[in-house]
Ligand binder design. Structure first.
Ligand code: GTP
Ligand code: MG
Length: 212
């Protein structure tokens, strides 16, 4: 997928602020600091469109980024950040839950987990919740560059096992630093949103049959 245009659209806190143009949406969920904003930047090859920070918990709204006027990335607030007050965490939780359960244009959830460590309790809860509601899901293992190449397979196996991702489940190891996983992820996104796919050959061949 060639990204020619990407723009920040809105930091939404309420559903009435979500875009109304019905473009397909890809949501990014994961704990603070896991690399959600960095992944967006890597996917669109921009250094800093999605704000990244070394201060976890900074993203506190649903941040909408429109790509090629064809789809949105929706950057969630990170879950499981202890320094945010309990009532604020509750409010984020409600906002995310409402979005995930009611948002019609949502086509795919990227659940991001740190490839270096076993999934946290919050990662497990989020994963169980997404599976329970049968949301289209791809788990992304971030910061792969921080693991020596020879040990990456071991980590991939560990995460898949811990989250019960079988042969039918989607898991992509990713590095925003190195670009690992970018093409594979675009192909999954394309499959779930229909964006960037070739026009089906059937229409062409039907025409050809008519001509014959
Ligand atoms: P919140 O917005 O707080 O929820 O965090 P986030 O999930 O958006 O994380 P963000 O993209 O801001 O990244 C957090 C830190 O991890 C930053 O210092 C990034 O540079 C770093 N980081 C993210 N992805 C990678 C990666 O693939 N490799 C390496 N080495 N560092 C990464
Ligand atoms: Mg962020």
């Amino acid at each position: 997928m060639k990204v020619t245009k990407s723009e920040f659209v809105i930091s939404a806190v309420r559903p009435d602020q979500y875009p109304e143009d019905a473009l397909p949406e890809v949501a990014l969920a994961g704990r603070s600091n896991v690399g959600k904003s960095s992944l967006i930047n890597r996917m669109i090859n921009r250094k800093n469109l999605a704000r990244t920070s070394s201060t976890p918990g900074k993203t506190q709204q649903l941040n909408y980024y429109r790509i090629n006027d064809e789809l949105y990335f929706v950057d969630f607030p990170g879950y499981g950040f202890a320094k945010v007050s309990k009532s604020l965490r509750q409010a984020f939780g409600n906002m995310i839950e409402t979005y995930l359960m009611q948002r019609e244009p949502l086509k795919l959830v990227l659940q991001m987990v740190d490839l270096r460590h076993p999934p946290s309790k919050d990662d497990r809860l989020m994963n169980e919740w997404l599976m329970h509601y049968d949301l289209p899901l791809c788990v992304v293992g971030t910061k792969a560059d921080k693991i020596p190449k020879t040990r990456r397979d071991k980590h991939i196996k560990m995460i898949k096992q811990e989250l019960g991702i079988g042969p039918g489940g989607l898991f992509i190891p990713f590095s925003s630093e190195e670009g690992l996983g970018r093409d594979e992820l675009w192909s999954v996104i394309s499959q779930y949103t229909g964006v960037g796919q070739e026009t089906p050959a059937t229409a062409e061949s039907e025409n050809e049959t008519e001509r014959d």
